[in-house]
Design a protein around this ligand. Structure first.
Ligand code: 9MR
Length: 368
């Protein structure tokens, strides 16, 4: 019996030994592919044109997630509010460059483009400007001084400017008069203030790219016509204008035909085309407390973002593709939350700066 047990033990040992001999034979390890840099889809490397975002200096300073997402995804920055008169020119004889400088320095350090917004606007001007008393010569010198001062301050650092913002109303008339919808500029200086503003900006920085920026070209054919005739007139007179901004504060039911018509008609002017303030809301600016971030809304939003990318790539020749800029980074920062209602989720990133379906709609639209 003992012999049998010993035999079995020897047999098992021999088998184990044989196995271990096999295991020491060198085996080629499976090839593990190291991650290839840039293989992850992100906005700025997926697009063949700059992908921008409108930002706020104090969020940039204080919110790490906000800063990180900007650094990772974008290569163009628009100053949301920091270069408006109210922020940068708070009283007649003082300029406050703090916030705007912070954004511009950040952009220079990180090799990003800066688009300056905006030199002239009818709305949200400081009280001192709204109450300013003076004849047309005094107003002309106020406008000229502001443009020369601000554009001069950023000469060589800010690539492009919205020289004039929203000069037309939805009927396509030049804003005039002292109502909130009117404009102090045309009222005090006449219709041709726009041409002179462009000339002053070019005088301050001859290399800067100068834009006219507006909203509603996609839903108001009369406004679109008015803008095209402004551009054509400036071009005929050799006034330096290089680009046009379509803000595109659109919604999940926006009509793609209107979007495409605006893009193709404006591209036909030969100017650079900037989708300058893109966001896609759910409510179409109607206060509606029952709107939710439902799957259906989220998918509809994704579809529109994707379509905007596709239409831009299809209808704007590459040399005219100045870029696409979203108006704010994450949903929590959106102007719509404070201006219209809290239950809006109009951006590609959520309240925690995580990518939403809308983000992947952009990526798909940039790739297909
Ligand atoms: O997003 C901006 C918001 O924070 C400001 O309170 C508001 C007034 O200055 O302007 C918002 O930005 C607007 C932009 O300057 C021009 N087009 C419409 C934008 C949304 O209202």
């Amino acid at each position: 019996m003992k012999k049998i047990v010993l035999f079995i033990c020897l047999l098992l040992a021999a088998i184990a030994c044989k196995k271990s001999n096999v295991s020491v034979t060198p085996v080629t390890p499976p090839v593990v592919q190291p991650p290839v840099a840039g293989v992850e889809d992100i906005l700025k490397t997926t697009a063949t044109f700059p992908m921008g975002v409108a930002i706020d200096p104090s969020l940039l300073l204080n919110n790490k997630k906000y800063r990180d997402v900007i650094l990772k995804e974008h290569n163009s920055l628009t100053t949301e509010n920091a270069m408006k008169w109210q922020a940068i020119h708070p009283s007649e004889n003082s300029y406050n460059y703090g916030g705007a400088d912070y954004i511009v320095d950040f952009a220079v350090e990180n090799k990003m483009r800066v688009h300056g917004h905006t030199l002239l606007w009818h709305a949200y001007n400081p009280t001192w400007l709204n109450n300013y008393k003076g004849d047309s010569t005094a107003f002309e010198s106020l406008m000229k001084k502001h443009i020369l001062e601000v554009v001069g301050h950023y000469k060589g650092k800010v690539t492009s400017w919205d020289v004039v913002n929203e000069a037309f109303d939805d009927r396509g008339s030049l804003r005039k008069g002292s109502t909130t919808e009117g404009s102090i500029w045309s009222t005090k200086l006449g219709n041709d203030y726009i041409a002179r503003a462009f000339q002053y900006a070019a005088e301050a920085d001859p290399k800067a790219l100068l834009f006219y920026n507006d909203y509603g070209q996609e839903y108001s054919p009369s406004k679109l016509r008015a803008i095209i005739s402004l551009i054509t007139d400036l071009q005929k007179r050799k006034i330096p204008i290089h680009g046009v901004g379509l803000q595109f504060h659109i919604n999940i039911n926006s009509d793609i035909a209107g979007i495409e018509s605006a893009l193709s008609q404006l591209a036909a002017t030969g100017l650079k085309i900037h989708i300058s303030e893109l966001d896609v809301n759910f409510s179409n600016f109607q206060k509606n407390a029952s709107i939710t971030f439902s799957d259906a809304n989220s998918m509809a939003q994704k579809k529109i973002y994707k379509q905007v990318m596709k239409s831009y790539r299809k209808l704007v020749p590459p040399a005219q593709q100045f870029g696409i800029t979203c108006w704010n980074v994450g949903d929590a920062d959106s102007w719509l939350r404070s201006a219209i209602q809290q239950n809006e989720w109009p951006l590609p990133f959520d309240d925690n700066y995580l990518r939403k379906p809308a983000y992947f709609g952009i990526i798909e639209g940039l790739k297909e």
